[in-house]
Write a protein that binds this ligand. Sequence first.
Ligand SMILES: Cc1ncc(COP(=O)(O)O)c(C=O)c1O
Length: 413
Amino acid sequence: MAAGTEAGYCIRCVRCGAEPDDRTAYLYRCPGCGGILDAVYDLAGRSGPAQLFGGGPGLWEFRALLPLPPDAAPLSLGEGGTPLLDASHLTPDYGDVQILLKLEMLNPTGSFKDRAAAVGVARARQVGASALVLSSTGNAGAAAAAYGARAGLPVVVLVPAAMPAESLAQIAAYGARIVRVAGDVSGPFHLARAAAAQLGWVNLATTYESPYPTEGDKTAGYEIARQLGWQVPDWIVVPVGAGPLLYACWKAFTELRALGAVDRLPRMAAVQASGCAPLYRAWRARQDEVTAWESVDTIAKGIADPLRGYPDDGTFTLRTVRRSGGAVVAVTDGEILRARDDLARRAGIFAEPTGAVPLAGLARMNEERIITAGQKVVLLVTGSGLKGQFPPVPEAPLLTGGVPELARFGQPE
Ligand SMILES: Cc1ncc(COP(=O)(O)O)c(C=O)c1O
């Protein structure tokens, strides 16, 4: 615990164990070996969550286990505190299990990425960043734009040249500058890295590029445990691109176990789209190393990440799945859309396609007998249906016959 000890944490490389000092710098990969950096807390002798957590605003109620130095101001738009909704009535189609939906779509910009942005932008402001930059085609960009606006920092969002304008509307609404970059998703990703290195901007990439955004994601795990009265669910099912959200939720439970608040860890299920499934491919082939996906083809845009240029992010997530005793499954676009419609029509929850991926994944886990009857399963509904990619609107008939004709529309379909 060399650096940052006054805040009770240090930043440590998961590969070589180095502990670079982050008191005045926003760190990315390990300066020595390029490995993923992670925040590690000194939990020995700490009091339990009831004493440790509380206050606010937003996710800053968990500040004792977030990497923000004590003198730095938190930044919040009221993120976190999302409901955990019982949707067990969706069984038996999805297995004879207790289904709990963690409604991450109810965060301020409509996705869980607000948790990452709250911590990332607070840290960026504390180290005196002149601007924020990231490559994103959607949720991370919207979250960074909103929290950057709140912090009064310019935000530059780099997108692939072919990105349609309507996908960028929410990002633009917050006043972020959108810059198109030639080529596919890897062009913007590497340019954001270079801008951070050369211009003194902070790169808010929500892959494992930097430890801070992932720490924000972690707070969803604390909330799940608390909402279950410190009971541990059997499974947490997560839509996975690179997978920081999956890792972060699992990490939350490891910390709670070290604090004595829970006695075991959940199994983590990673769900990928079959049109972009680098983790699933490695899982099926029983390989340790994930390799980049060649050609992406899925409607689940939030997880359409080929991991080109950073496949070791996928390897790290896959390792977490295996350590948790979990599983990786892949689902087709058809299955995702069916789950999206089921969530909306049978549970009243309108998710974007990626947000419905865990429910599609649950059906697959049921078919493959990965889950067993009576288990408690938490699905992370990560993004809102109001983001776009709307379902088709059926033709609305023009009423001519008054109330008698209207009456038939009240019949169950
Ligand atoms: C709605 C949604 N769900 C899930 C994910 C996947 O998150 P991760 O980067 O942790 O794999 C994303 C990422 O953008 C997303 O937008």
